[in-house]
Design a protein around this ligand. Structure first.
Ligand SMILES: C[S@@+](CC[C@H](N)C(=O)[O-])C[C@H]1O[C@@H](n2cnc3c(N)ncnc32)[C@H](O)[C@@H]1O
Length: 212
């Protein structure tokens, strides 16, 4: 019940932010983010790809050309923007409104699941990663670009102090322990690349044989 209320609050917040999102992210994109996106999408394997929390479609330029991509988001307004961008830029993607905590796909559907800056705002991230694991094929890959609680004790203390403000404005928790949450969901973590004191590229995998 609490999860439903919080999820609805996150959806409304992103509906409100949608018209401003690209502008708000502009500096971060130019500063580092685009190169991190390229790095993350370079780790994708297979043909059937799910992007969770597509937002306004900032990952479109990095989609592998030969892939069959489905992308979901909680917020209709973010999806509207992604839809317009996909049409403008001729991007081949199926866009669907869906909650990461309750994915409406069959088990073992995707070769790779990708998310960039999403699981900081999913109310129950472990539940979300359990769903990611369920829809991933046996041996399938999970690629995450996420900010996590800093390993610098002073910065971590400051982030914990100011986290409620970040949640209120952007709906993002800056203090998530995402690697631990991925492990709690039963995925195995293969690599964690430290991009800076808070951003990590996490590569995880679902157990099982990789199908051809
Ligand atoms: C910070 S934005 C990131 C958007 C995009 N991935 C990017 O890198 O620019 C977070 C996105 O996650 C979506 N989101 C948050 N909670 C979600 C959930 N439970 N299920 C699906 N999408 C969710 C939001 O609507 C928003 O579009």
């Amino acid at each position: 019940m609490l999860e439903e209320k919080t999820t609805e609050a996150v959806r409304k917040r992103y509906d409100r932010i949608a018209p401003l999102y690209d502008f708000m992210q502009g500096f971060a994109e130019r500063w580092r983010f685009s190169s991190w996106r390229a790095l993350a999408w370079g780790k994708v394997e297979g043909v059937r790809i799910l992007e969770v929390g597509v937002g306004t479609g900032k990952n479109f330029p990095f989609y592998p050309l030969d892939a069959e991509i489905t992308a979901i988001d909680l917020s209709d307004k973010m999806l509207e923007r992604a839809g317009a961008k996909a049409a403008r830029e001729n991007v081949k993607v199926e866009l669907l409104q869906m909650d990461a905590q309750h994915l409406k796909f069959d088990d073992n559907t995707f070769d790779t699941v990708v998310a960039t800056c999403v699981f900081c705002s999913v109310p129950d991230p472990v539940r979300g990663f359990e769903e990611v694991k369920r829809v991933c094929k046996p041996g399938g890959k999970v690629v995450l670009l996420e900010h996590v609680l800093s390993d610098n004790p002073l910065l971590a203390w400051l982030i914990n102090l100011f986290n409620p403000i970040g949640v209120r404005i952007m709906g993002e928790n800056m203090n998530r322990r995402t690697v631990e949450n991925v492990l709690k969901a039963g995925l195995s973590v293969e690599y964690v690349t430290r991009l800076n004191s808070i951003f990590r590229l996490i590569e995880a995998r679902k157990a099982g044989a990789i199908s051809a």
